[in-house]
Structure formats: structure tokens, C-alpha cells
Design a protein around this ligand. Structure first.
Ligand SMILES: Cc1cc2nc3c(=O)[nH]c(=O)nc-3n(C[C@H](O)[C@H](O)[C@H](O)COP(=O)(O)OP(=O)(O)OC[C@H]3O[C@@H](n4cnc5c(N)ncnc54)[C@H](O)[C@@H]3O)c2cc1C
Length: 304
């Protein structure tokens, strides 16, 4: 019987593992190695690790966990079941583990716009988050990509980093009149023509080529096409979700399922490495407190 099984070894999962390891808990961490920012070469805005390589960051975290005897398996978890007051966790090889508590730190995956060649540039000159990559793109000709109202908000936000912003709707011609007026008042250009491809050497972006051959200068493209849970464990366990598609958590990362916690991007819409790490730590503290409380109750029962 483990005290805690953590599914997901990104910033949220590894931070929780460290906290719980330091509480001398028996911890098993599963990770399938698909951290959300693996597309990027730089993890920006994490104090003391600003600009660090995301993969190196996780390697360092894993190294630190060894000292606390956290067990790590590079495996996909395919099922988690709640049975009475514990959980059964099954990995991809059908090995089953039992645990008192579970933390899901399984993250999200982004829906990339369907533009030929985008994957090569994703995380380098095509981004989804101005807080992560806006500074590196400052004062450049920037594009905001999207077909709905989110894209209007994204375009306005990008003005913080550059005066030269264009909204690309990729063939969607209808914009609300008030949105068009807002964009024009903020000197944001609007391009509704369908996009044919992105142009630029390797991972760099220099131009957006529109259908018909016209091209527009663009050195960084930010998109707002949404994201989804990286796996369906939370759905299958019966977790509540918010309208934004993330797990609804209550006090300190607890979910509506007793003994089940969710931390990191899977549970919040402020999606940054340092926030995920802090949520993992919060979940770790709460899990430890819950285990302490259960142990105290057991002792009292025995004495009675
Ligand atoms: C291109 C890009 C660049 C970014 N740049 C920055 C930046 O510069 N600064 C910043 O603060 N934020 C950045 N972010 C956001 C950042 O990546 C996330 O906020 C952060 O990774 C969230 O951490 P997490 O631990 O919640 O999830 P993740 O880092 O996504 O980790 C989740 C882990 O769970 C594993 N997993 C999922 N399902 C299972 C399963 N069933 N079994 C086993 N393992 C599983 C995955 O393989 C993954 O390793 C960026 C995001 C992207 C997409």
C-alpha cells in the first residue's frame, strides 16, 4: 500500500513528490514524459530558473527526488479506481498498485491551429501564451490567430509587447461590429483571408502566406484555439469540471472525490510552471495533513 500515487511528473507532480517525500511518505510517481512545454527550448518567468530548458528542469527535479526515496516509473497510467477508502492504479502493462491517496498532475495538451508546418515552429516562434513568450517577441510584428472572441482579447493583450499586431482569422470573415471597432481603435490590423502556410527558416517565422500568394510580415504568432485534458483519468473518476474544461478543485487542490487531488494545468486556468509547482506543493501539504488525521483517528479507535 502506497501513501500517495502521483500521476504526472511535470512541475506540479514533481513538486508534490518532493513535499511528500520530505514527509517520509511512501510515494510512487508515474510519468509518460509529455510535459506541455516540451516543444520549447526555454522555460521563462520561473524565478531563479528563468530561460532554463524545460526538459533539463524536470531532469533536475527528478534527481532531487532520489534523496527522498520517491519511486518513479516512466509509464502511462491507464486507469484509477476508487475502492472503499483507497485507490487501485493500473499502468499500461496492467500492473495494479494500491494507494491511500491519488494526485493527478496530468496537465493539458494544446489544440494547434491546422496550418501546414506549424509543429516545427511551435514553442519557438508560434506560441499560445504571451506571459511565457511575449518578452522574447517584444517590438516584433506579431500575429494573433483565432476564429472567436478569445482571439480579439489575445490581439488586444499582445499590444503590451508590440505596437505592430495583426489578428488572423484564417477565413472567418464575420467579426462583431463592436470588436472590429475595438481592434481599429487599438490600431490592430485584421486579416480574414485563409492562411496557406507559415514561412521562415526552420523554427523561425518571418511571414504568413495567405491563399492567393499574398504575404504579411509576422515574426511570432500567438494562437487561441484552446486546450484539453492530456488524459481522461479525471473524467473517468467522476471529477467535476469547470466550463473551461479543467478539473474543479476546492480547498487546496481537493476534488469532489474523497482522497483525490488535482494540481497544475489540469485544474486551473492560470497555466504557468511556477503556479503548477506551487499547486503541487499545496496538494502535498493537504495530502500529508489528511494522512496524519486518519492515522490519529485509527489510534483513537484502537484505544477505545
Ligand atoms: C510551448 C509552451 C511553452 C510554455 N512556456 C512556458 C514558460 O516559458 N513559462 C511558464 O511558466 N509556462 C510555460 N508554459 C506552460 C507550462 O508548460 C505549464 O503551465 C506547465 O507545464 C504545467 O505543469 P503541469 O505539471 O501541470 O503539467 P505538465 O508539465 O504538462 O506535466 C504533465 C505530465 O503528466 C504526464 N501524464 C499525463 N497523463 C499521464 C498518464 N495517464 N500517465 C502518466 N503520466 C501522464 C505527462 O506526460 C506530463 O509529463 C508553456 C506551455 C507550452 C505549451
Amino acid at each position: 500500500m502506497y501513501d500517495v500515487i502521483i500521476v504526472g511528473g511535470g512541475p506540479a507532480g514533481t513538486s508534490a513528490a518532493m513535499l511528500l517525500g520530505r514527509c517520509v511518505r511512501k510515494v510512487l510517481l508515474f510519468d509518460s514524459g509529455l510535459g506541455r512545454n516540451r516543444w520549447s527550448n526555454h522555460m521563462n518567468g520561473f524565478i531563479s530558473r528563468d530561460g532554463y530548458h524545460p526538459v533539463e528542469f524536470i531532469k533536475l527535479a527528478r534527481e532531487e527526488l532520489k534523496k527522498y526515496h520517491v519511486e518513479v516509473k516512466n509509464q502511462i497510467v491507464k486507469d484509477v479506481k476508487r475502492v472503499e477508502n483507497y485507490f487501485e492504479v493500473t499502468d499500461q502493462d496492467d500492473h495494479c498498485y494500491v494507494t491511500r491517496k491519488v494526485l493527478l498532475a496530468t496537465g493539458l495538451k494544446d489544440r494547434l491551429p491546422e496550418i501546414p508546418g506549424i509543429e516545427e515552429k511551435y514553442g519557438k516562434s508560434v506560441h499560445h501564451c504571451p506571459y511565457c513568450d511575449g518578452w522574447e517577441s517584444r517590438n516584433k510584428p506579431l500575429g494573433a490567430y483565432g476564429k472567436g472572441r478569445d482571439a480579439v482579447g489575445l490581439s488586444l493583450s499582445l499590444k503590451t509587447w508590440s505596437s505592430d499586431v495583426t489578428l488572423y482569422t484564417d477565413g472567418t470573415r464575420k467579426l462583431r461590429r463592436e470588436d472590429t471597432a475595438l481592434l481599429e481603435a487599438n490600431e490592430i490590423k485584421i486579416c480574414t483571408a485563409p492562411i496557406e502556410r507559415l514561412s521562415g527558416e526552420g523554427s523561425t517565422l518571418s511571414e504568413i502566406i495567405l491563399e492567393g500568394g499574398r504575404s504579411l510580415k509576422c515574426e511570432a504568432l500567438f494562437f487561441s484555439t484552446g486546450s484539453e485534458q492530456q488524459c481522461d483519468l479525471a473524467t473517468n473518476l467522476g471529477c467535476d469540471f469547470t466550463s473551461k474544461g479543467v478539473v474543479r478543485t476546492y480547498k487546496n487542490q481537493q476534488t469532489n472525490i474523497p482522497g483525490l487531488y488535482v494540481a497544475g494545468d489540469a485544474s486551473r486556468d492560470m497555466q504557468l510552471v511556477i503556479v503548477a509547482a506551487s499547486e503541487g506543493t499545496k496538494a502535498g501539504v493537504m495530502i500529508n495533513k489528511e494522512l496524519q488525521e486518519e492515522f490519529r483517528l485509527q489510534i483513537t479507535d484502537v484505544r477505545v
